[in-house]
Design a binder for this molecule. Structure first.
Ligand code: C2E
Ligand code: MG
Ligand code: MG
Length: 768
């Protein structure tokens, strides 16, 4: 999870940085493009303006020259001189007219006036300044004549003597002498004056490279941030005459651009931050929040909220508020993991409790019933211990499949751990619950095939009903547990919770629990020993250990008063451990004076199903350095015959370890000869109810005789318990009974008592 967060975080940081870089690059490129476009636009604008103004100036100067020419042509002296074809007079008239302050000469830029005859021979000439030598641009006149425009004028530009001139040629028609009048002007001063109009420094450069005019400030402007526009003037034959350049400073433009850039940057940064904020918000709600919620749920050991209703085996993934597909899948997987048992795929305890809480909450709102079944597999540990956990796991899966097969979609099956399952049956009464329990029990009847093994598995089922047996989760689970104790008495079987039994179990459990914990009061639980004697030799065969419980009020409880409760409440294992340990320890001290002494321990059916029993006894033997033949184990006939197939294997195991095994209270259960033969037992202990009055009750005497014969035929030794009189003792001797136990020879005695008895007993025995 940490790694994921780290990656996500670095990914986020990288994304933000990349986004920032993209935004910065975009801003940069945009401003560059914007700047270039602005420059282009500025240049374009200046180009047009310059062209426009230059053409205006030339048009104005042409117009001035034309008007002047017309004035000449209309002048009487001029006509007269022309008619007279007197060149000197003509030149004089022209000169007079040109000389300032001639009213007609409005333009100081007029440089010279020439008159040509029809054959372009120069008839008259006048120039404004003596610097101008000769006729300027005569080729224009030739061209005009060639063009032969009978009316109207022609105009053109030319360069002469490193000077730009404009010439206007007017045809001379209304005099007797026809020809052309050429008015030449200098357009440069007017063009140079454009700089002020345009507010830009200008430069006029001839095609040869000579500058005709350079405005002050040209160099500074053109070498700085400037847009330089140029306009070229050409001669009539399209050769370049002059280039007019205007340098427009773009400082103002740049400052405006800079301002715009700053605004743009602010907007982009703001948008980027907004995008990052939205992304973070999105990630927070779609990624971090679900993850945090999930980890919180895990840390609380609870399932994730919003578990949907589903069938007994249906997937119950909740509705995750996740929008990323992959993350959504991950979320669902984790959620599924949180509510499922990984081995069997059924729901786990967390989901069970959650669903029970939902049921309880629903029940508070509207009356509803439900049944809770606690299903416990009988002897499952045995499969695990003997065939390995892998086989055990496979068997569990098959058991789950069979259970699921008899459940409805609306039922919930959950594994509590080990071989314990819980089923919730909604809207179910006691009869229906019993029916379902029966169906589950029946579904287990056929053998299971697991990796080549044919295995049988049966279950015990406790049932509690809501609301009769509890209106909250804890009470319901506790009470279904009590029902399970009762169910276990009749394996395989089921039982509905009974408050009376529960109260009994509860009370005993509480006291027994206290007695077995570490604060055990000295002598609160203790063992007494009753000798079993060999009839033929008169020697002690073994001492049977019998447990006693002295209550704090001084009352002595016999095993019949509390063994069953210990079995039902699950404390029997603890109790047995204590008994085995105590018996072994006390045997060691008794063996100091009687080295071959053995002790007999009674084993409860419940502890017999605990497949660690062998380990438990083995550990005690090692702890006290005892040999296995020092122990004799008694199991009552009723308990053995309840489930002989299963008991046989564990008894085999115990027998292999070298313990002598004895069937206790023989005659009270219904022994099958078949099993009796197969059981690895060494002796039978005939129940005291047949023995104590066999001297007076012939039926019992017959039973005892038959039992002794049967046992001997099967190769078993026979012990008679409850021998209270010499007569009985003697009859047993006659019948060939091997050993006996009873008040006649000795009552159960505590540790000190038995030590004394052992010390004195030999003499007693010799006297028998
Ligand atoms: P059990 O194993 O058959 O033990 C013999 C019972 O007969 C003992 O009762 C003993 O006190 C009683 N008894 C012995 N001689 C005579 C006699 O001459 N006449 C009469 N009327 N009774 C005699 P206890 O000690 O009350 O034990 C009752 C049963 O409790 C035992 O029957 C045994 O099944 C069980 N038990 C005793 N101790 C333990 C124990 O440590 N663990 C387990 N699991 N069960 C035990
Ligand atoms: Mg016994
Ligand atoms: Mg007995």
């Amino acid at each position: 999870m940490k790694r994921f967060q780290f990656n996500l975080l670095s990914g986020l940081v990288i994304s933000i940085v990349v986004l920032g870089i993209i935004a910065a690059a975009t801003t940069f490129v945009t401003t560059r493009v914007y700047r270039d476009l602005s420059f282009e636009f500025q240049r374009d604008h200046t180009d047009r303006l310059l062209a426009h103004k230059v053409e205006d100036v030339l048009a104005a100067s042409e117009e001035g020259a034309r008007r002047l020419g017309e004035q000449f042509l209309a002048h009487a002296d001029f006509k007269a001189a022309l008619d007279a074809t007197d060149a000197d007079r003509l030149s004089a008239v022209l000169e007079q007219q040109l000389r300032p302050p001639a009213e007609m000469v409005s333009q100081a830029a007029i440089v010279e006036v020439n008159v040509y005859n029809r054959d372009t021979g120069l008839l008259g000439h006048a120039s404004r300044s003596s610097e101008v030598a000769g006729v300027i641009c005569p080729e224009l006149v030739h061209r005009a004549r060639a063009a032969d425009q009978p009316s109207g004028h022609a105009a053109g530009l030319c360069v002469s003597g490193n000077q730009l001139y404009q010439a206007v040629i007017l045809p001379i028609t209304d005099t007797s002498t026809s020809g052309h009048l050429q008015v030449v002007s200098d357009p440069v001063p007017m063009l140079a004056a454009l700089g002020e109009v345009l507010e830009m420094p200008l430069r006029l450069v001839l095609s040869g490279g000579d500058a005709l005019h350079v405005s002050p400030g040209w160099n500074e402007t053109a070498s700085g941030n400037a847009v330089v526009s140029a306009y070229t003037l050409t001669a009539s034959d399209a050769t370049t005459l002059i280039k007019i350049e205007a340098a427009g400073s773009v400082d103002a433009l740049l400052s405006r651009l800079g301002q715009t850039n700053r605004r743009l940057t602010v907007v982009v940064v703001a948008l980027t931050l907004l995008a990052v904020a939205i992304a973070l918000w999105f990630v927070r709600y779609s990624v971090f929040k679900p993850l945090r919620e999930l980890s919180y749920q895990f840390s609380q050991g609870r399932l994730v909220v919003g578990v949907q209703d589903g069938g007994a085996n249906a997937g119950g993934a909740g509705n995750a508020p996740v929008s990323f597909h992959a993350l959504g899948e991950l979320y669902e997987t984790l959620q599924d993991m949180a509510i499922r048992d990984p081995l069997t795929g059924t729901y786990n305890r967390a989901l069970l409790e959650d669903r029970l809480s939902q049921l309880v909450a629903k029940q508070r709102r509207e009356p509803a019933t439900a049944a809770i079944l606690l299903v416990d597999m009988v002897r499952f540990k045995y499969v695990n211990d003997l065939l390995g956990h892998h086989t055990g796991d496979l068997l569990l899966k098959q058991v789950v499949d069979r259970m699921a097969g008899v459940l409805r979609e609306s039922d919930t099956l959950a594994r509590l751990g080990g071989d314990e399952f819980t089923v919730i049956l909604p809207d179910t009464n006691s009869e229906q619950a019993l029916q379902v329990a029966e169906k589950i029990i029946q579904s287990m009847e056929a053998d299971f095939e697991v990796e080549g093994h044919k295995l049988s598995a049966s279950v015990s089922i406790g049932i509690a009903l809501m609301p009769d047996h509890g209106k909250d989760v804890d009470t319901l689970l506790r009470n279904v547990d009590y029902a399970m104790y009762t169910a276990k008495k009749s394996q395989p079987g089921c039982a509905i919770f009974d408050p009376n039994t529960a109260a009994e179990i509860k009370a005993a459990r509480m006291t027994l629990d206290g007695a077995l914990n570490h604060d055990l009061e000295p002598n609160e639980l203790f063992l007494v020993y009753q000798p079993v004697l060999d009839i033929k030799t008169g020697k002690i065969s073994y001492l049977e250990a019998l447990v006693r419980w002295r209550r704090p009020d001084g009352r002595l409880l016999l095993p019949d008063d509390f063994i069953r409760v210990a079995e039902q409440s699950g404390l029997i294992r603890q109790l047995t451990e204590w008994i085995i340990d105590t018996a072994c320890r006390e045997l060691v001290s008794l063996q100091q004076s009687s080295p071959d002494l053995r002790v007999g321990i009674n084993l409860s059916m419940h502890i017999l199903h605990d497949y660690n029993l062998a380990d438990l006894i083995g550990a005690a033997l090692r702890r006290y350095q005892l040999e296995s033949r020092s122990l004799l184990l008694e199991i009552t006939e009723t308990e053995v015959m309840m489930d002989p197939e299963q008991v046989i294997e564990i008894l085999d195991q115990l027998s292999d370890m070298g313990f002598e095994l004895s069937i206790d209270d023989f005659g009270t259960g219904h022994s099958s000869l078949v099993y009796l033969k197969r059981l690895p037992v060494d002796s039978l202990k005939v129940d005291k109810s047949f023995i104590s009055d066999m001297d007076t009750d012939d039926d019992n005497a017959s039973i005892v005789r038959a039992t002794i014969d049967l046992a001997h035929n099967l190769g078993l030794r026979v012990t008679a318990e409850g021998v209270e009189s010499r007569q009985v003792y003697e009859r047993l001797g006659e019948m060939g009974c091997d050993s006996y136990q009873g008040y006649y020879i000795g009552e159960p005695m505590d540790k000190t008592g038995i030590a004394v008895w052992l010390h004195e007993g030999r003499e007693v025995l010799h006297g028998l």
